[in-house]
Design a protein around this ligand. Structure first.
Ligand SMILES: [Zn+2]
Ligand SMILES: [Zn+2]
Length: 280
């Protein structure tokens, strides 16, 4: 498997970081986990055409994690020779979100059907949506996936995904504080991907911006770098992959972020710019 951080950003717009999105390539399958701002630009940079993505896993419905789902749905449909529906798995609420997107895209679909004979012959734009709770199991090609409860309250429900392919395991958490569900998802995983924030920097920024109180609230429901590292150690993870850097990790700060994690985790720590990847 290859895991690529397509977008390492957050809700805060950043000139160098796309929104939250991770690509998992398992055998011949290309799976996206969340689909934030600019995801498809990064997907192309990773050498994957939108039409080659067959599955989208959604951890939760916070806007930064789903801003470009419409782009994925439309662009893969327009670029496919033969239309195959995108498979979307996510928590309760995913179906209503996709239904609303499909209504938003009705006119676009009509314009393109009116203009392109072969696209119309492909039939309607379709998406298969499956809503999942925790502790469910499904397959993507030869990969088996289990869902696990995460804790991002008051956002709920939220889930993480444990994906196993040819004996290797990647655990993908989404936004969450440490909890029993994340521990179960991570048990002895080869790679654990966790969205993180820097508590010290969030506190600093909250003290100097007008919306400081709102910014400080995010400490309630994200893992800090240290907490992600502690989870990795507690659960026997081999590699820790950090993403969704809040505040945005600046050039030259990578060692500082890595050191905070390394104080709590002796394994390999992977972080960096968009398109940082690891293979297992
Ligand atoms: Zn969130
Ligand atoms: Zn987020």
């Amino acid at each position: 498997m290859k895991i690529t951080l397509l977008g390492t950003g957050s809700p805060i717009p950043d000139p160098n970081r796309a929104g939250p999105c991770t690509l998992v390539q398992a055998g011949d399958r290309n799976v996206l986990v969340d689909c934030g701002r600019g995801a498809l630009m990064r997907l192309m940079a990773a050498g994957v055409l939108p039409a080659m993505v067959d599955t989208l896993l959604i951890t939760h419905l916070h806007s930064d994690h789903i801003t470009d789902v419409n782009d994925l749905i439309t662009t893969r449909w327009v670029m496919q020779l033969v239309h195959t529906p995108l498979n979307v798995y996510g928590p309760a609420g995913t179906k209503a979100m996709i239904d609303a997107l499909m209504r938003m895209l009705e006119l676009d679909q009509q314009y393109r059907h009116d203009h392109h004979e072969d696209l119309r012959a492909n039939g309607p734009l379709e998406v298969n949506v499956t809503e999942l709770g925790p502790d469910e199991r499904f397959t993507i090609g030869a990969a088996s996936v289990t869902t696990h409860a995460t804790d991002h309250r008051p956002v709920k429900p939220t889930i993480g995904f444990r994906l196993e392919h040819e004996g290797k395991v990647v655990a993908l958490a989404g936004d969450t504080v440490p909890c029993a569900g994340v521990d179960a998802m991570c048990a002895d995983a080869d790679v654990y991907v966790q969205t993180v924030i820097r508590e010290d920097l969030v506190n600093f920024v909250a003290g100097v911006v007008p919306t400081g109180a709102r910014f400080k609230d995010i400490l309630d429901y994200h893992s800090t770098v240290e907490q992600a590292a502690q989870t990795a150690t507690r659960t026997g993870v081999k590699r820790l992959m950090l993403t969704h850097y809040v505040p945005p990790m600046q050039p030259g700060q990578e060692d500082e972020w890595r050191a905070l994690a390394a104080a709590h985790f002796a394994g390999e720590i992977i972080l960096g710019p968009d398109l940082t990847s690891t293979e297992i």
